[in-house]
Ligand binder design. Structure first.
Ligand code: PLP
Length: 356
């Protein structure tokens, strides 16, 4: 086989769609997958055989390095259908760049741009019936890459699989979110993998998040690992604090994921002449602002939920309740972002990416 024939996208169509079996009005996030998926294998220093085939199980060695050393990174992005039936992605270039940045940190080879975009757009086109119109409805896209070489030697794998799955989604969170500020556990550390979307980052959060859930909180807001004095981000969201009319958010660092929603909110805020400060935010200043009434809002920003208003936070066993202001920034940014995502308004920053 010459090298060009192993690079062309190979397509195997499902014989019959499963779409009729899906209750689109009662979806649980991330449990149902569309008819097709993408896979591409890395071996002998090259990516081979990019293939779209019917969604199904894989056969993989139990000695594959991903199971032993966690060499795996992923992305999360969405496709939206507008009222005319046209499908759009939101800033996919950012997700492409980020998965390769995450891969560098986990010693995983870079994935080629051309194959990524061809696979993504072909896959979405093939399963476009699974993208439902209407606010809150979307198709969640999950690119990921993991180590497949069989062998338990603790060294980087020489073989990998890159895949894309797609899952129909409704609005992610129901209602407002109550959060606990981390005082003991940490999500990431200086020089660590916090800025990568590494699978293990999420595994490490499950236990402390379960403890917070037992106390009635849905999420933890992580603080810096060394002093626990500065607010960083939540489990799958960056976090914004509105004190008076100024938005505060932690700066991007090697401990924090460079969120696409975060940078979009900052761009919209600047356009709307809202003061934004990307700087270290002390827990003590937010507690003080909550006490003196200048803390107007806290909200999370991330692909899954777009914007999640925080209705209460807990610190040192005191719970601070937040009342939603009538001029909520969370509501405003959510609407502005969704108007762009669903092609209902102008796209001043060129964030929409058309599928065909
Ligand atoms: C740890 C973490 N922070 C922030 C985000 C938000 O990033 P984005 O807006 O690109 O979805 C995510 C997830 O997507 C995340 O997993």
């Amino acid at each position: 086989m010459n090298s060009s024939s192993t690079k062309a996208l190979n397509i195997q169509k499902a014989e019959k769609s499963r779409i009729d079996q899906v209750d689109f009005d009662n979806l649980t996030f991330g449990n149902i997958f569309t008819d097709h998926m993408f896979e591409c294998d890395y071996k002998n220093g090259e990516w081979h055989n990019p293939t779209i085939r019917p969604y199904g199980n894989l056969t993989i060695s139990p000695a594959a390095k991903v199971f032993h050393y966690g060499q795996a990174v992923f992305e999360g992005m969405k496709a939206f259908k507008d009222d005319q039936g046209k499908v759009w992605l939101f800033r996919p270039e950012e997700n492409f760049k980020r998965i390769n940045k995450s891969s560098v940190r986990l010693a995983i080879p870079q994935f080629p741009r051309e194959i990524f975009f061809e696979a993504l757009t072909t896959l979405v086109k093939m399963d476009k019936e699974w993208v439902r119109p209407g606010q809150g409805n979307s198709l969640y896209l999950r690119p990921f890459v993991f180590a497949t070489q069989a062998g338990v030697g603790a060294s980087p794998s020489t073989e990998y699989k890159f895949m894309i799955l797609m899952s129909p989604a409704q609005a992610y969170y129901t209602g407002d979110v109550r959060v606990e500020i981390a005082e003991h556990f940490s999500r990431s550390a200086n020089g660590g993998v916090g800025a990568a979307k590494a699978a293990g980052n999420y595994a490490a959060q499950f236990y402390p998040t379960n403890l917070a859930k037992e106390k009635g909180f849905q999420q933890v807001i992580w603080t810096d690992a060394s002093s626990h004095e500065y607010l960083e981000e939540a489990g799958t969201m960056n976090v914004f604090f509105r004190v008076n009319d100024t938005l505060l958010t932690a700066p991007i660092s090697d401990r924090i994921l460079d969120g696409v929603t975060r940078k979009s909110v900052i761009a919209l805020a600047k356009r709307d002449n809202i003061d934004v400060e990307e700087r270290r935010v002390r827990v003590s200043e937010i507690v003080e602002a909550a006490k003196n009434g200048t803390l107007k809002e806290i909200f999370g920003a991330g692909t899954a939920a777009v914007i999640s208003p925080v209705s209460a936070f807990s610190f040192q066993d005191t719970v601070y309740e937040l009342e939603k202001p009538s001029d909520s920034y969370a509501t405003k940014f959510k609407q502005e972002l969704m108007d762009i995502q669903y092609n209902r308004g102008e796209d001043p920053f060129n964030w929409r990416f058309p599928i065909e």
